[in-house]
Design a binder for this molecule. Structure first.
Ligand code: PLP
Length: 375
């Protein structure tokens, strides 16, 4: 079966992890700080805080920007459940909004209709790596005084208006889980410009403690620490950062290969009846997942037919507003999200795909549509 996603790791990552184990310092320490510096330089970001998952990045980014009980956070219904849970974990209220059908990005006009005096933040997701309209969102944020927390889990390496994603919003959250554009095994990071909020988020990742163990033991050699704020145990450990540092060396090749495959799919599918490709400009996008839309009534048969040909498919994502635990937060109808999620299919995209795998995916997709047309 051709998997939809797969990490690309090799002996370099294994050796880097081994080296960390040889030091005996596995937790938060110098390798994490090196990784943060590397990310800062790559993104052009002022501050980067590495954490243990993309979900915790979102959680502490929201907390650091002051989102708390009763505050409202607007986000697309079609996104990962992690975003919704992070909002709820702070006692805040998720407000679901529509996405554009041509690219699955947050519909800013729909956001406008959902703003209230309680709106504290808006969380767009750069779906498939494709940046949302940040200029329009920033204009709205200035007018209404809310924060922008970008969910850039899909968009590590993508650019918006000549600058890397990671330099635009009030806080930008990345995921480095096993299938992302780079992986640290599991991991994430928050990138942001504001030094003071960055300090707060740094403490939020480590139980509200003013100095981490590495700096106390290695530099100051003091056992004294103070707990000065709320906090969680969300830091990235050294052995994960070691994997990340190796992945960063491979990133240009990863992005080039992902773009090559996505563009090959686009070229093959754009004229296939009943298959709609997303509107993505791969010149500036580092693609994470590749999705097409098919008519809702065909979707399950389409996925089954690909499976029968050895091609794995996925679904990103079931609309959150219909999830049993989230539906009580629905405010106002979401007809587009309701229909759209039923049309989505994710096809294999990762750097372990051979050219032959890519052609197998393409013929499986075209064969299904061919059979449909003949029927
Ligand atoms: C859109 C989106 N947001 C957030 C996350 C959460 O990241 P993590 O899995 O690292 O917690 C993911 C991960 O799949 C994601 O795809």
């Amino acid at each position: 079966m051709i998997a939809i996603s797969k990490p690309s790791t090799g002996p370099e990552e294994m050796r880097a992890v081994e080296k960390v184990f040889e030091t005996g310092w596995l937790g938060l320490g110098s390798t994490v700080y090196d990784f943060e510096e590397t990310l800062k330089k790559y993104l052009g970001a002022k501050n980067v805080i590495a954490v243990n998952t993309g979900t915790s990045a979102i959680h502490i980014a929201l907390a650091g920007l002051g989102v708390g009980p009763g505050d409202e956070v607007i986000l697309p219904s079609i996104t990962f459940a992690a975003c919704v849970q992070s909002i709820l974990a702070l006692g805040a209220v998720p407000v679901f909004a529509e996405s554009h059908e041509e690219n699955l990005l947050l519909d800013i006009d729909d956001v406008k209709k959902r703003i209230t005096p309680k709106t504290k933040a808006v969380m767009p997701v750069h779906f498939c790596g494709n940046p949302c309209d940040l200029d329009a969102l920033k204009a709205l944020a200035t007018k209404h005084g809310f924060k922008i927390v970008e969910d850039a889990a899909h968009a590590f390496g993508s650019e918006y208006k000549g600058a890397k994603i990671g330099t635009h919003g009030d806080a930008v959250c990345f995921s480095f889980d096993p299938i992302k554009n780079i992986t640290t095994g599991e991991g994430g990071a928050v990138a942001l410009a504001d030094d003071k909020i960055a300090e707060d988020i740094r403490r939020l990742r480590l139980l509200g403690i003013d100095k981490d163990t590495w700096h106390r033991y290695k530099n100051a050699r003091t056992y004294i620490y103070e707990v000065v704020s709320p906090g969680f145990r969300y830091h990235m450990p050294n052995f994960c950062a070691a994997v990340g540092l190796e992945q960063m060396k491979k990133l240009p090749k990863f992005i080039a290969r992902r773009r090559e495959i996505a563009k090959r799919y686009d070229a093959a599918f754009k004229s296939v009846p009943g298959v709609t490709i997303l509107d993505v400009d791969y010149a500036t996008v580092a693609p994470h997942i590749y999705m097409v839309r098919v008519p809702a009534e065909d979707r399950d048969a389409f996925m089954e037919s690909l499976k029968a040909k050895g091609v794995g498919t996925g679904l990103h994502y079931i609309a959150n507003h219909i999830q049993p635990f989230f539906k009580k937060y629905v405010r106002g109808p979401l007809p587009r999200a309701e229909r759209l999620w039923q049309e989505l299919v994710t096809l294999p995209l990762h750097c372990e795909l051979s050219d032959m795998d890519v052609e197998t995916v393409i013929s499986a997709v075209t064969a299904f549509r061919g059979a449909k047309t003949a029927a």
